[in-house]
Design a binder for this molecule. Structure first.
Ligand SMILES: [Zn+2]
Length: 241
């Protein structure tokens, strides 16, 4: 049996012959505390806030199946995994305002879920506590202990949503995939962050759907965070709000 304490203090006991946290998270993702539910996932990959450290924007990109190393990936999975890693890294700066990120991958043998830790180095915290993130002489363990869930949980939720919508909905909008974007937005409503409901009526035309999505992007503040959003900003300004 393996016992895990999540960042909000809740504890789970994972049983079975070879108790595996990665498998347990995949099988139980809809019952997880909202802070650590995947923000992006498909049938192969998940991206979620670290389950133990309440550092806002600390995302883990993991394979859903067992691979000890990226060396075990197929070429397609390798390409998809690192495209997602790139998008998440990009959103950490563009949507969350994080300048520096340290990325780690601890390999383990015997059927693990290869995963990359994308640890945001929050400049204000680093400066206040004189944290030096050097891999050979650093005090990054001290940094990890500087955050507690009670202080950080609202920021984690907001960053989850911002990172999520930035990297995913924006790309769906770009491709005109409104149905997929609707699924994403319905999950945002589940997170109970927003007072506005973004579910569409099936009778609405594509223009109306797009208008609502763009209003949402305005609400989320994308247009102030990235040059990449300039096209969407232009559309927003042309809409009769
Ligand atoms: Zn597993």
């Amino acid at each position: 049996m393996k016992e895990i304490t999540f960042l909000d203090g809740s504890v789970v006991k994972i049983t079975g012959e070879k108790p595996c946290l990665g498998c347990w998270l995949v099988e139980n993702d809809s019952n997880l505390p909202s802070l650590i539910r995947p923000i992006i996932e498909n049938d192969k990959i998940t991206v979620a806030q670290d389950v133990e450290c309440p550092i806002p924007g600390f995302y883990i990109i993991a394979a859903k199946d067992h691979y000890d190393s990226i060396y075990d990936f197929s070429e397609d999975l390798y390409s998809e995994f690192f495209s997602v890693l790139y998008e998440v890294r990009k959103s950490m700066t563009d949507a969350l305002g994080i300048d520096l990120v340290s990325t780690f991958c601890e390999e383990k043998s015997g059927g693990s879920h290869v995963h990359y830790w994308m640890l945001p180095l929050h400049a204000d915290v680093m400066k206040r506590h004189n944290i030096k993130p050097r891999i050979h002489k650093g005090n990054i363990a001290t940094y990890l202990d500087l955050f507690n869930c009670e202080d950080e949980k609202s920021k984690i939720q907001v960053e989850n949503v911002n990172s999520y919508i930035y990297s995913l909905v924006l790309s769906l909008l770009g491709k005109g995939e409104f149905e997929a974007a609707r699924d994403v937005l319905s999950r945002l409503v589940d997170l109970d962050i927003n007072e506005v409901c973004f579910l569409f009526d099936d009778s609405e035309g594509e223009d109306e759907k797009e208008r609502k999505l763009l209003l949402f992007s305005e609400y989320a503040g994308w247009q102030t965070r990235s040059q990449d959003c300039s096209d969407h900003r232009r559309v927003i300004l042309e809409l009769p709000l």
